[in-house]
Design a protein around this ligand. Structure first.
Ligand code: NAD
Length: 490
């Protein structure tokens, strides 16, 4: 084990600390069910200390105005993470159960590289601008618009892409001049404590600017962030249920909230598409065991070519490579914990009970007696209003729905409380684009195009959230706007 790995301490006010109670909680490898380490079990007391430190660092230091310092610290953080890239890789696989292949992209490598976007933004962003001279109530005025940090930002993250999501909040929040308190998910603490250790030991980040508080499964610790007046903003990624709770609790102190929530995205295959090339990719629903909010979990096939599509999907699901997440050839490992596995198996039972036809999978794989695995699962003939077509399962389960024509496909795609992502495939780019524009979601892939990138705004319509992460829009989530009027001599 290297010096960086298995860091069990939190970062509060510039120091790596244990919980005052001395308590720890277990970090479990979901592929083996083995305890791989212990982590400090922070409580309300530690979270309040972190809030005090972040408040003081924002109010009493020049962090929010010193762009040169911010760029330097973020560069040091990026360089530190880069140096430890190969220490982080096995650790992320061990605690997340993600296929190692994904660490060469979104689970690790691109997250480190993408910090550059936040660093560049400090220089490139238009922090102030002049408006035209204005005549109002007898006064001729010049007007200046300034963008300033929101203040103290609470960041709350889930376990599915923990390292990426931690950095997706820390990066822009710090670049914009905020101070941050991160509360990571209890299932994946090392993806946060590794950042804590590098921040403490390899950067000039002033004490209190970045705090990371780990806690076992106790909502009360995260709720300090949503209820404390000293916290100006909460940036949350996770379930829509928790998102609602965060918004409701934040109402008392009128917190700014950014919410990136669940999804039930539609993959629409039009009747003129190249079925052999497009339809089998529907099995990518099972990538990382379906634990991704933007994964397309409903596939819409045209009635005229429905049977052909189902046959292709059956073959793709039956051959989907899964198992040991450390094996580079696997695209799917286990679910994160036993609770999630039971939740997914319950949905599969509901699917059957409501009349969908189970074609592949549907249970626990016999070949993996250890680990929270569920088989790649394919349901066809799913009613658009069925539970498995409406609710976010967060497991390796695809629901296949039949549609009559393009209007029907759009209607079914939009028949969802969610609106996060989607995809459209057609031989005609115009036809695909016209459907992409009619789907009420924050991102769409057309003919296999990838929308993801550090400069691509990502987020949801409807119950999928409020606000955008990444890109200019994501950066501006962490900014306030101030307008100053000053008289102009005639
Ligand atoms: P969750 O939304 O409950 O937890 C996400 C984070 O919020 C964790 O850090 C958790 O400790 C924290 N949290 C929970 N309750 C809180 C509260 N009241 N105040 C402040 N923080 C709180 O997600 P979960 O229970 O880990 O997973 C349940 C379901 O959520 C999944 O099955 C899936 O459908 C969905 N999910 C969605 C995403 C996503 O990216 N959209 C990610 C993970 C899970």
């Amino acid at each position: 084990m290297t010096d960086l790995q298995a860091e069990h301490r939190m970062l509060i006010d510039g120091k790596l600390v244990e919980a005052a109670s001395g308590r720890t909680f277990a970090n479990v490898n979901p592929a083996t069910e083995e305890v791989i380490g212990q982590v400090a079990d922070g409580g309300v007391e530690e979270m309040e200390q972190a809030v005090s430190a972040a408040r003081r660092a924002f109010d009493d230091t020049d962090w929010s105005t010193n762009r040169e310092l911010r760029a330097r610290c973020l560069q040091q953080l990026k360089d530190g993470l880069d140096r430890h890239r190969e220490d982080l890789r096995p650790q992320i696989v061990a605690e997340v159960g993600t296929p190692i292949a994904l660490t060469y992209a979104i689970q690790l490598d691109s997250c480190i590289d993408d910090i550059q976007y936040d660093i560049d933004m400090i220089e490139a962003y238009v922090w102030e601008r002049d408006l035209p001279v204005n005549e109002f109530m007898g006064t001729t005025s010049a007007r200046k618009v300034f963008h300033e940090a929101v203040g103290v930002c609470g960041a709350i993250t889930p376990w599915n892409f923990p390292f990426m999501l931690n950095l997706s909040k820390i990066g822009p929040a710090l670049a914009a001049g905020n101070t941050v308190i991160l509360k990571p998910a209890p299932d994946t603490p090392w993806s946060a404590t590794a950042i804590a250790k590098i921040a403490a030991e390899e950067t000039d980040l002033p004490p209190g600017v970045l705090n990371i508080v780990t806690a076992g499964d106790k909502a009360e610790v995260g709720e300090v962030l949503t209820g404390d007046r000293r916290v100006d903003m909460v940036s949350f990624t996770g379930s829509s249920t928790t998102g609602r709770r965060i918004m409701a609790r934040g109402a008392d102190t009128l917190k700014r909230v950014f919410l990136e929530l669940g999804g039930k995205s539609a993959n629409i295959v039009l009747d003129d598409a190249d079925f052999a090339a497009v339809v089998p990719t529907g099995s990518m629903t099972c990538m990382h065991a379906g634990q991704g909010c933007a994964i397309t979990t409903r596939m819409l096939l045209p009635a005229s070519r429905y049977d052909e599509g189902v046959e292709l999907l059956e073959a793709a699901f039956s051959a989907f490579p899964y198992g040991d997440p450390t094996d580079l050839s696997n695209m799917m490992g286990p679910l994160i914990n036993e609770r999630q596995r039971e939740r997914v198996l319950d949905y599969i039972e509901k699917g059957k009970a409501e009349g969908a036809r189970l074609l592949v999978g549907g249970g626990r794989p016999e070949q993996f007696p250890k680990g929270y695995f569920v088989e790649p699962t394919l349901f066809v003939d799913v009613d658009p209003d069925a539970t498995i077509a409406q609710e976010e399962i967060f497991g390796p389960v695809l629901a296949v729905l039949r549609y009559e024509d393009d209007d029907d496909a759009v209607r079914i795609a939009n028949n969802s409380t969610y609106g996060l992502s989607g995809s459209v495939a057609s031989a005609s780019l115009d036809r695909a684009m016209s459907i992409a524009r009619r789907i009420r979601t924050g991102t769409v892939s057309v003919n296999g195009g990838q929308w993801f990138g550090p400069d691509s705004p990502f987020g949801g319509y409807k119950d999928s959230g409020i606000g955008r992460e990444h890109g200019l829009e994501g950066f501006e989530e962490y900014l306030e706007t101030k307008t100053i009027g000053l008289p102009v001599e005639a």
